[in-house]
Design a protein around this ligand. Structure first.
Ligand SMILES: [Zn+2]
Length: 283
């Protein structure tokens, strides 16, 4: 890799010259923005669950097989409150918007904390493919509708005792009467509602520009190998296919280009805030 300052300058020029900027944001980007799922944030907010169930971090705790709905929802309410409703704007997402707001941008993200909306990105330009912590669905996907959970979350966190919520507070599917789930993709019962399909359509239309070999930057932020088929591999493929494109990859552990794209990939394993700060100082 070139020296840091050379890569910064190359990256800035690519963004400045680009007609289109397709942002791909993964878990590493939210972690860099302060939404860390382990360490102090986890220990401070989940002490009772750590003691009772031995859960190790916020991500794996969402897969813990709680035996009752009262426990499951006590946990989810806490998790959603900590990562979705108590957070507000974050500096890093705000910096990203500053960087792209005058461009024809689009966001593809696997993140489910709603941060792109909270920070003022255009609703028409966001495809959050894996769901949203602020929404619930039928566990068995018996119908195609999503339900906001904000009221439930705030009531549940106030009424959690011994890692349980009161039975009468447990949400039930209004159609089949069965259990509910948070609308986050984890199995084949994930509900893609009308809004999801509208976002998917906007994304597909945006990719139409990309196919025409336009000058585009793929700005990949904190995308690892958890679900690489959603952002990382397609971005590599599109970079390879379009000779007028540049892939800018910000990733603490895996910033490298695939060999075929080496001359059109700019990789950074430095702090994202530092890279954004430099680019914004030149705008
Ligand atoms: Zn149902």
């Amino acid at each position: 890799m070139d020296r840091f300052v050379q890569r910064l300058d190359k990256g800035f020029k690519a963004i400045d010259d680009a007609e289109y900027i397709l942002i791909g944001a993964g878990a590493g980007f939210s972690a860099a923005a302060g939404l860390e799922y382990s360490g102090k944030r986890f220990d401070d907010n989940f002490q009772d669950f750590i003691e009772k169930y031995g859960v190790q971090d916020m991500y794996s705790a969402t897969f813990y097989p709680y035996e009752t709905q009262e426990e499951k929802w006590a946990h989810w309410a806490r998790h959603v409150y900590v990562n979705r409703f108590s957070v507000g704007k974050t500096k890093l997402y705000g910096q990203l918007l500053e960087l792209v707001k005058n461009k024809d941008y689009f966001v593809l993200t696997t993140n489910v904390e709603h941060q792109f909306w909270i920070n003022g990105f255009d609703d028409e330009r966001i495809f959050a493919t894996q769901g949203d912590y602020g929404l619930m669905q039928c566990e068995k996907a018996c119908h195609n509708k999503l339900y906001p959970n904000e009221d439930l979350v705030f009531k549940a966190i106030e009424n959690t005792r011994d890692c349980k919520i009161p039975t009468e507070m447990v949400p039930k599917c209004p159609v089949c009467g069965g259990n509910m789930e948070i609308n986050v993709r984890k199995d084949n019962f994930f509900v893609e509602d009308e809004k999801w399909h509208e976002m998917y359509k906007n994304y597909s239309e945006y990719l139409g520009h990309v196919d025409e070999n336009k000058n585009i930057v793929f700005l990949e932020l904190g995308v690892g190998f958890n679900t690489p088929v959603i952002i990382r591999y397609p971005f590599e493929q599109m970079t390879y296919d379009n000779p007028n494109s540049t892939l800018i990859r910000l990733n603490r552990s895996h910033p490298d280009a695939i060999p075929q794209n080496r001359d059109r990939t700019i990789g950074f394993d430095e702090e994202i805030s530092e890279v954004f700060g430099y680019w914004l100082s030149r705008v």
